[in-house]
Design a protein around this ligand. Structure first.
Ligand code: AHG
Ligand code: MN
Ligand code: MN
Ligand code: MN
Length: 336
């Protein structure tokens, strides 16, 4: 049996606090609020089947997606935890048309940070008891503390992220995050309600053999992606690769980071910018991927260098082992 780690996420956050430049403990408090909210969402996800929280709400979000009850509930839980604790001055979410200015209490306007969040990732997997997640991205505001937040605080390039991470509500629940000093993963012990460090310094293996893409859309993919898929399937060298696609970005990413693989959500003939959202899905995953030795691009350029123009902007997404992403980019360039 491997040794049990007794370092809790709470202790880890405090220990690492001094790593943050100009730290006043604010980012630590913010991460603690996310930790708490994730436990509440975890509780709800765990009992979803018996608590009448499976199914649709009957409304659409700004993405044109039907909102599931858990999308709405997770959104409320995270927004409440973040605003009640006055650890952020603004929140943008997949489930809200516009960003929220956090006004409650006296300190909120003075907070330095904004959070962008995908409260429940993989909504289509809720009803069938397959892993779902939460993705978060944290920036230092660019407008003056004390003044109301502005759209420019949210429309920042991914390279400006102060921290990013995800929660995977899987066969066990984990938080994986980075503040720019590597990636660490913590597993929830449900009997104690405590996260323990279980995956220190996570890194993509040097080579990978998994490709993850919704191949049902094959006919709509750009030629470069079609050619890359054929390359993955060819019997040559260490190929054919294994195909794995859960349909929850968080779970697909988590598996690929541990086992080695590439995740692709490309442009399609109907959606030239793909499906995934730059600010609260792609940028946080790109920060984690790069911190774990991987690579993330839109097929041509680095995700974290893209200048955002709107909150719910979508981008094609190629993410995973550096070598695999670079090979896919070769196919994209050749067919461009
Ligand atoms: P969300 O549930 O937050 O709207 O995100 C869904 C995303 C992502 O989780 C997943 O990888 C992708 O949509 C799956 O899309 P397809 O069903 O088109 O493959
Ligand atoms: Mn959605
Ligand atoms: Mn999502
Ligand atoms: Mn979502």
């Amino acid at each position: 049996m491997s040794e049990q780690s007794f370092q809790t996420l709470g202790e880890f956050i405090i220990d690492k606090q001094e790593d943050f430049m100009y730290s006043t403990g604010e980012l630590s408090r913010l991460l603690s609020a996310i930790r708490l909210a994730s436990k509440v969402v975890n509780r709800e996800v765990n009992k979803a089947g018996i608590a009448n929280i499976i199914g649709k709400v009957g409304s659409e979000n700004i993405q044109g997606e039907e909102q599931q009850k858990l999308d709405v509930l997770a959104n409320e839980i995270f927004i409440e935890a973040l605003s009640q604790r006055e650890v952020v001055c603004g929140i943008a979410s997949e489930e809200n048309d516009d960003y929220i200015e956090v006004k409650c209490g006296s300190n909120a306007h003075l907070s330095k940070y904004v959070v962008l969040i995908d409260p429940l990732d993989g909504s289509s997997n809720i009803d069938v008891n397959v892993s779902v997640g939460t993705i978060f991205s944290i920036y230092r505001r660019v407008t003056e503390p004390g003044s109301p937040v502005g759209i420019e605080d949210f429309l920042q390039k991914g390279v400006n992220q102060a921290a990013a991470g995800y929660v995977v509500y899987g066969s066990s629940t984990m938080i994986v995050y980075t503040t720019g000093n590597g990636v660490n993963g913590f597993t929830l012990d449900p009997s104690l309600g405590t996260y323990y460090l279980s995956h220190a310094n996570m890194e993509f293996p040097k080579t990978g053999k998994i490709y993850s893409i919704n191949e049902g859309n094959y006919i709509k993919f750009p030629q470069g992606v079609k050619n890359y898929i054929k390359y993955c399937q060819r019997e040559e060298d260490d190929r054919p690769y294994t195909s794995r696609y859960i349909g929850s970005l968080v779970s697909d990413f988590h598996r690929n980071m541990i086992k080695g693989g590439i995740y692709i959500y490309p442009s399609t003939s109907q959606s030239p910018n793909g499906k995934l959202r730059l600010l609260y899905e792609c940028n946080p995953m790109a920060f984690l991927a790069e911190q774990a030795g991987g690579k993330c691009t839109n097929g041509f350029e680095r995700i974290m260098e893209i200048e955002p123009t709107e909150l719910h902007q979508r981008v094609p997404f190629f993410c995973g082992n550096r070598e695999m992403v670079e090979k896919a980019e070769e196919f994209m360039a050749a067919a461009a």
